[in-house]
Design a protein around this ligand. Structure first.
Ligand SMILES: [Zn+2]
Length: 354
């Protein structure tokens, strides 16, 4: 459960989180796999609050988990990656209910209450994968749209891949083809019959295959279609359910979003980031306010939360090294060009005097 006030700042989303020591995998009646937490005296759950687990952290680490799973060959199992995330970050489902059980006065690791908590916390791995895929695909589309707004649409070219577990959203595919060609086809012979028009178009396209643009270059700039893309992004985000609830902090009624899983927290965080307009001119030429949003690292491609709107690399050492190397390269180039410019100027002066 989350009040509006708590949703406030991106990355400030703090709430109860807990981790089970381990999980067992079991086959469910409906033919899917379930993760059952191990919760007993030898495997006590960790209910200490970690300050670092904000909404932004949950969102970006879930996206990085999805990226890791997506990069695995399809025949490789991925269950361990999911369970490692749950043990490291937090248990993903039925958060409020299970936290209540684990912190109840009657709770005892040596009796039925521990077993019950484990049973209530059991979740379907199939459902987890499905929700993870939706979140990851939308998050990638969101960062791609940010890149497009920054004038970097080339970087978004290879986003969609049907061969992958999480293929991505196909909305940018159409800009790879030059649609103007289709509009120039003479369809008067069809006499306004739509089906015949389409057949004529197809025959024409087969006879005149579209000119291939250089690999990695869009035929039509996606930014020119920004409104459509933004609407598609908005449609990809699920609705939230608002309810009157009792605040555990104040004991008073509060209008709150019902949050029961890490995915709901991640979606809420993403929706909040999306409400920051990425188009520069809408900010009067500055990117102020755009900090705290999620981006992908220029070096490793992992998701991270920006500390400022110029941050292009994540905090990993190898990525910071890559950033420094690039900055030095650019500095040297600038110096070289400055020198060359001065030299030309001196020569001009010399020639002028002569
Ligand atoms: Zn990186």
């Amino acid at each position: 459960m989350l009040g509006f006030g708590e949703v406030g700042g991106v990355g400030q989303l703090v709430y109860h989180s807990f981790r089970f020591a381990d999980y067992e995998i079991d086959y469910l009646k409906d033919g899917t796999w379930a993760a059952i937490p191990v919760c007993d005296a030898h495997h006590p759950p960790d209910i200490t609050q970690k300050d670092c687990i904000s909404g932004g952290y949950i969102l970006s680490s879930l996206c990085n988990l999805a990226k890791k799973i997506n990069d695995l060959p399809k025949e490789k199992p991925f269950t361990d990656l999911i369970l490692d995330w749950c043990k490291d970050v937090m248990h993903p489902y039925h958060i409020d209910e299970v936290y209540g059980e684990l912190t109840d006065e009657q709770f005892d690791l040596c009796d039925m209450t521990a077993e019950l908590a484990g049973r209530d916390a059991t979740f379907s791995l199939h459902a987890f994968m499905e929700e993870l895929g939706k979140l990851y695909d939308t998050a990638r589309f969101y960062t791609a749209l940010m890149r497009i707004c920054e004038g970097d649409s080339d970087e978004t070219y290879d986003m969609y891949d049907e061969e992958k577990r999480f293929p991505g959203l196909p909305y940018l595919e159409r800009y790879k083809h030059n649609m103007r060609n289709v509009k120039n086809i003479d369809v008067s012979a069809a006499k306004d019959n739509l089906l015949k028009e389409m057949q004529l178009e197809r025959t024409y396209m087969e006879a005149h295959p579209a000119k291939q643009t250089a690999d990695g270059d869009y035929a039509v700039e996606p930014f020119d279609d920004y409104e459509r893309l933004r609407d598609l992004l908005m449609e990809s985000v699920p609705d939230f359910r608002l309810q009157l609830k009792l605040s555990p902090k104040t004991g008073r009624m509060t209008f709150a979003v019902d949050v029961d899983s890490v995915f709901e927290i991640a979606w809420l965080t993403l929706a909040h980031m999306m409400s920051e307009d990425p188009i520069e001119e809408h900010h009067g030429g500055s990117h102020e306010g755009l900090t705290g949003v999620m981006m992908t690292c220029r070096h490793c491609g992992d998701f991270f939360i920006r500390r400022n709107n110029r941050q292009e690399y994540c905090d990993k050492e190898k990525c910071q090294k890559a950033r420094n190397a690039k900055n030095q390269r650019e500095f040297r180039n600038r110096k070289r060009m400055l020198k060359a410019g001065k030299k030309m100027q001196t020569e001009e002066n010399y020639n002028g005097k002569a």
